[in-house]
Design a protein around this ligand. Sequence first.
Ligand code: ZN
Length: 481
Amino acid sequence: MTVPTEEEQRTLPPKQDFSGWYHEILWRAEIMDVRYPVKGLYVWYPFGFALRKQVYGLLRSLMDRDHEEALFPLLIPEQEFMKEAEHIKGFENEVYWVTHGGTTPLDVKLALRPTSETAIYPMYALWVRSHADLPLKIYQIVSTFRYETKHTRPLIRLREITSFKEAHTVHATWEEAEAQVEVAIGLYREFYRTMCIPVLVSRRPEWDKFPGADYTIAVDTIMPDGRTLQIGTVHHLGDHFSRTFGIQYEDTRGEQQYAHQTCYGISERSIAAVISVHGDDRGLVFPPAVAPVQVVVVPIIVGSRKEEVLASADGVAETLRNDGLRVKVDRREIRPGAKYYHWELRGVPLRVEIGPKDLDAGVVTAVTRLGAKSRIPRADLAEGVAEILRQLQDQLLARAETDLRGRVTCAATLAETAAAVKTGVALAPWCGSRECAEALEQQVDASMLGTEVRGYGTEGTHGPCIMCGKPGSPALVGRSF
Ligand code: ZN
């Protein structure tokens, strides 16, 4: 792998050209390599994978509070996959099929999971026996495959989704499943808040819900070009799948009942969001909570005191590591300026510089990724750095929230909606009809994303539907990825 030179780093397109910036930053910062010779499949570089490890470590820690992790097979027999009619309709054009074992045609075709309901639920039918087995809350983090025909894009639109966290829960009643939907939304909000990513939560229109679900709640954020990115979904499945797959439990009166289910997923789009929401003209900016490297120590090596400075840098790193931080010492024999570029590009939240002057003064110089410079007494190093990282985390969240708020417009007319979706989303009154949604989508070149919007400045406008004039309630309209 080649490390881009300083000169190459300087040619990162400005973030204003978001598409160009995104494309370049992924390889320059060594997140994804796009040169793998299959469309829609990408390679995680070690640094990208280290980021993935942090983000998914956070997600796991949230899920593990009251879910159990498991692992189901990648291959799904055709007859199981074809059982749920709506589900098939939703996915039939996207499924990869395994048809041969070597040169022998298979008796039963096998689907590469596009999602795992039909792999998991036949097993749930065996596992769930009585009300005492409920609720059942299981998740897995796996690759899923979808034959995307639209323009593919690393981390955003993929044929192999490499990091699909899918949770599947089973409950006694519809109401208990509904409560779980809210729990899941809460988990997702916390996940994104920890990564300083503000989100908008809404209920997708009937025709846009998950195939086979009663309803779908989606979590979106807004990307720098004003387009929305769906970064999580939560589905109430009712008893559709339990009836199809025979997931029944014996209730307290000894009668057999069909269970009610939910499922909810997050993919590496969560990582696309971290990269896109926080990055700037100089490269990535990672929130300390998920930064693969939280602190880089740069020894300023001058002549005779080289060994002394290097020893001090190692000592600083050790102190910070003992405090639980992820730290790197950049001992390379290159100019400090080149090291600064290197680590700024890679989003490291804090740089600690140590030179002879710092040694003499008993301090280190700390510079955050947003450019704030301070001196920390060596004696208070751990506390000082922890405080700076806490502040930076708050600062990134506040900055992202301000940006998102500025992109949410309450619109009362078609013209206002059309203007709003150029830079963000509109909240416009809508009557709920599909005809109005489709006409609206055509006229403003954006999508009807959902209703019952929760988030920032989303109180919205109740009033006449901007298309037909019938009574309407606020709906989220935006251009989406
Ligand atoms: Zn209408």
